[in-house]
Design a binder for this molecule. Structure first.
Ligand code: ZN
Length: 67
């Protein structure tokens, strides 16, 4: 089974380098839209943190939103 949608790699807004998935964090939802995507096990919104290998900048992205 391999029906997981491929996720587009994120690009650094600064230099366009492909970001590495660095970590996944949990935080409280900031709005109603995020509240709907709260992970019931983690009791918070799961945020992927992507880091740029070139300049070291980090860029967060909520998981669960594939758009
Ligand atoms: Zn960068």
């Amino acid at each position: 089974m391999n029906d997981t949608p491929a996720r587009k790699p994120m690009r650094c807004a600064h230099d366009g380098a492909k970001l590495n998935h660095h970590a996944t964090l949990i935080r409280d939802p900031l709005n109603r839209e995020e509240a709907d995507s709260v992970d019931p096990v983690a009791d918070g919104v799961l945020i992927e943190v992507h880091a740029c290998p070139k300049c070291g900048r980090g860029q967060p992205r909520p998981t669960g939103t594939i758009s």
